[in-house]
Design a protein around this ligand. Structure first.
Ligand code: PAF
Length: 276
């Protein structure tokens, strides 16, 4: 596996890679969720490029950029073991050189849910993903369903900016106890970890109700709210029952929906979702 830093090194490394090229962008501190994207990329592509970059523009000043977990040697070993051909680990000087002032904004699907609580987040995500796409020029790029709104935003941007890239969204990877895998799970102590199980348990309860015929958006939201609020250590930010691709909040009977939520467990903000 080649480790490249600069854009020139990346270009040279890309020249010799057979196509189709699969790309897995990450912010590092890799876990099974990332590795499932890498495995899928390897299955569906002749070469795989991964990037590791904790993109500062998608963190608000009061968020956890400074404490975001990092372990580049471990990440590199995991990517190498999984058969990645090139890992690109750019610096902020490369991604946002002095005087940087160009942004990609996706206007509508960025407004609700995470966008309503993190107003600058998706501008940072769509800008960095566009820059990563421009540099790597993959045929396919792999994202996790865990960040459901991010997947919708990236698909919209890819279509709107005419990138010839197929966006592949891979299922959420969970711990055995149901907790959705996230680099931020490392912040949780044992008690918080137990409380955090209420997210996936709430979603499971909503799924069971849906499978038994419950179709009312309010009732589905309430099932999740009740389960999460039953825990003392949780502080629910939102539970949404929205259209899976427009992300419009739904009322009344639903045929299909994305139930998603953000919850503080102690100081740690967790998200999770399910499509019914
Ligand atoms: O999902 C992530 O890890 C990040 O948002 C991404 C897509 C790598 C952009 O920084």
């Amino acid at each position: 596996m080649k480790h490249v830093i600069t854009l020139n090194e990346l270009r040279d490394a890309l020249d010799s890679l057979p196509r189709p090229l699969g790309f897995v962008p990450t912010m590092g501190y890799l876990h099974e969720g990332h590795m499932s994207l890498v495995r899928r990329a390897a299955e569906e592509s002749a070469s795989v490029v991964a990037s590791i970059y904790a993109n500062p523009t998608q963190f608000a000043p009061d968020e956890d950029l400074d404490t975001y977990p990092r372990d580049i040697p471990r990440d590199k070993a995991m990517l190498k073991e999984a058969g990645v051909d090139v890992v690109w680990i750019p610096t902020t000087e490369i991604m946002y050189p002095e005087g940087y002032q160009t942004w990609v904004t996706v206007e509508v699907v960025t407004q609700p849910l995470e966008g309503a609580r993190r107003p600058t987040h998706f501008r940072g995500v769509s800008t960095v993903v566009a820059k990563l796409f421009n540099a790597v020029r993959p045929d396919k790029a792999f994202f996790g369903q865990k960040d459901a709104q991010q997947a919708v935003v990236v698909k919209r941007m890819t279509q709107d900016l005419s990138y010839p890239i197929e966006i592949v969204v891979c299922p959420i990877e969970r711990e055995e106890d149901g907790l959705a895998m996230s680099s931020r799970n490392t912040y949780l102590n044992e008690e918080e970890h137990q409380a955090a199980l209420s997210l996936s348990q709430g979603l499971k309860l909503a799924q069971t109700a849906f499978q038994s015929g419950e179709r009312d958006a309010d009732a589905l939201r309430q099932i999740v709210i009740d389960r999460v609020n039953a825990e003392e250590l949780t502080d629910l930010q939102y539970v949404s029952c929205a259209h899976p691709s427009t992300l419009e909040e739904l009322e009344g009977d639903v045929e299909t929906c994305l139930i998603s939520m953000a919850v503080f467990v102690g100081q740690t903000r967790l998200i999770d979702n399910i499509v019914l």
